[in-house]
Write a protein that binds this ligand. Sequence first.
Ligand code: ATP
Ligand code: SF4
Ligand code: MG
Length: 327
Amino acid sequence: MLELKDLSVDYGVGESAVHAVRNVDLTLHRGEVLGLAGESGSGKSTLAYGMTRLLAPPGVVAGGSVLYNAAGEEPVDVLRLTDAELRRFRWAQTAIVFQGAMNSLNPVHRIRTQLTDVIRAHEPDTRPAERLDRARELMSLVGIPEDRLESYPHQLSGGMRQRVMIGMALALRPQIVVMDEPTTALDVVMQRQILSRLVKLRERFDFAVLFITHDLSLLAEFSDRIAIMYGGRIVESSPSADLYRDPLHPYSRGLLGSFPALRGARRELTGIPGSPPDLRAMPAGCTFHPRCPLAFDPCARRRPPLAATSPARDVACWLHATPDTED
Ligand code: ATP
Ligand code: SF4
Ligand code: MG
């Protein structure tokens, strides 16, 4: 449904540019929940902004394409849409709930007004009674009592406001929902509730979800696939169950070791020593090599390609590279 090819995003230009996203290939399939995980600063939000063309300066897409395949239509490159086409893509086809989105509700309008305004703006022919019915339905979809339609944003909890934002995002029945979870504003229980609700709605409306979070145990439970980002690159992408059972990339292993498991055997929490790379001056070879406990000869010299180890699994690590991908 959405195919990112060789996508790169920078902040700024020239020598001082921050290379926040580098040569990312990533596919979001129809109806799936794809989790995107990685430490703070690994480029997750930048990827989401870049692929939806919502980057603010000094952010610039430095290269690549984002192919959108609507059912029965020719694929289009989102990065080359006109402004009018882009507006349609953003609302009618892709809905985005960004980090801190719950603070973007207008404080002086009731929730009812904000929901019905979204519908009116995009479907001006609808009647007021119809818009109100749709707003009620959206509230019930995201599990908020209907009488809360009359509330102002400050009268709702953070979690409720986030759910209102999801309701708004779903107002126009999008094909893709991108959700960039705030990691500080919402607690883990709330993140879990929101993701579980989104997964249920997905089963009903058949949209694809890109869910961004630090919390791998959450993704293991709810997502079909997980992509792991490190230093602006995807270092592993796998079906969730495989990644959780047998992470291939040493960084994925470290990330999994940083979170308590919700299910299965207890693991010792280890964390990852060292700090994320400087995106202005990336280490040569494998970006993770300065922190990798398993680094060996080629790692500091040559960058491992993201290569398939099985039909559904890709990993960028010399431990898993087959001879024909070595050169
Ligand atoms: P988090 O988990 O904390 O949300 P993230 O993975 O979403 O992190 P990004 O916000 O995408 O990370 O940031 C990626 C890199 O780009 C970081 O090093 C960040 O400092 C840098 N960056 C982000 N926004 C800007 C900006 N406006 N100008 C310069 N650098 C930026
Ligand atoms: Fe570690 Fe080498 Fe694999 Fe990089 S390529 S993750 S340094 S083993
Ligand atoms: Mg972010």
